[in-house]
Design a protein around this ligand. Structure first.
Ligand code: ADP
Ligand code: MG
Length: 268
């Protein structure tokens, strides 16, 4: 496979400043994500996963370092990057189709062609009869599929997913993992997923990045072998190598917890 870097983090460092003072959230994070790659970020609460995604999305500038998208510095939100969160943030007064089309509207792209693509996405994501319904008529899993359609409608190159499945019941979550995996691979999208679910990270990703905290940094990464990364998440979970990968990640994270608040003794 030809490698082409889509996203690059260079020496990314971020300090939050508020009335209580300044806190160093992440420090010297270097990462490259290739086109079509699915990368997960895992790590203990507070290690900076959401901060990294927010910086990737251009929601605010990093204190130091750079985020590059296709070699250009990210200086603000762009329609090339789509964001999907744990909460779906659907507007209750808008129909499903109007919700899914909102990104097109904001980007002044609500053309007939755009709306046709929204219909196609809703169909593909198993929501063909929901277009005229309202969010409150849909289950949590269906609403999250609408959120995915809304994110994909503007045809972003990169998708940022911050715990998008964590509020769902287990079997809905497993189905949605498969659907998201299959859809993103088919469309050739690049994705960065934040999750606290290590099995989900192994099942969905090509590569898993393990972050440590105080401040957040990249502690290690785990490349997922072809057999598992090419399988659908549901199938991957049943393959023989899966458990071993899960345990390796588990051990890495456990090590972090034992380390407590220490920031010493690491090399970056
Ligand atoms: P994660 O998503 O891995 O749980 P976050 O990126 O949310 O971690 O947070 C990283 C660190 O930055 C934490 O110590 C958190 O308390 C701090 N932090 C996050 N957001 C803010 C903010 N808006 N103001 C101040 N500190 C913040
Ligand atoms: Mg977070």
């Amino acid at each position: 496979m030809k490698q082409e870097t889509v996203l690059e983090l260079r020496q990314l460092t971020h300090v939050y400043v508020n009335d209580k003072g300044a806190s160093l959230a992440i420090e010297h994070i270097n990462l490259k994500v290739e086109r079509g790659e699915f990368v997960s970020l895992v790590g203990p609460s507070g290690c900076g996963k959401t901060t990294v995604l927010s910086l990737l999305a251009g929601l605010f500038p990093p204190t130091k370092g750079q985020v590059l998208l296709n070699g250009d510095q990210v200086s603000g939100p762009s329609s090339k990057v789509g964001y999907m969160l744990q909460q779906d943030y659907l507007f209750p007064w808008r129909s499903i189709k109007e919700n899914a089309a909102i990104g097109l509207e904001i980007n002044d792209r609500k053309t007939e062609k755009g709306l046709q693509y929204v219909d196609e996405l809703l169909e593909e994501l198993g929501l063909p009869d929901s277009a005229r319904k309202y969010p409150q008529e849909l289950s949590g899993g269906m609403r999250q599929r609408v959120a995915l359609a809304r994110t994909l409608a503007t045809e972003p190159e990169v998708l940022l997913l911050d715990e998008p499945f964590s509020a769902l019941d287990l079997h809905i979550k497993l189905q949605l993992e498969d659907l998201v995996h299959q859809t993103l691979k088919r469309l050739g999208k690049t994705a960065v997923l934040v999750t606290h679910d290590l099995a989900e990270a192994v099942a969905m990703s090509d590569r898993v990045i393990v972050l440590g905290r105080n401040p957040g940094y990249i502690r290690s990464e785990l490349a997922i072998p072809d057999e598992i990364r090419l399988a659908s998440p549901m199938t991957a979970r049943k393959l023989s190598g899966f458990q071993g990968l899960f345990e390796r990640l588990w051990t890495e994270l456990d090590r972090d917890d034992n380390e407590g608040g220490s920031t010493g003794g690491r090399s970056q």
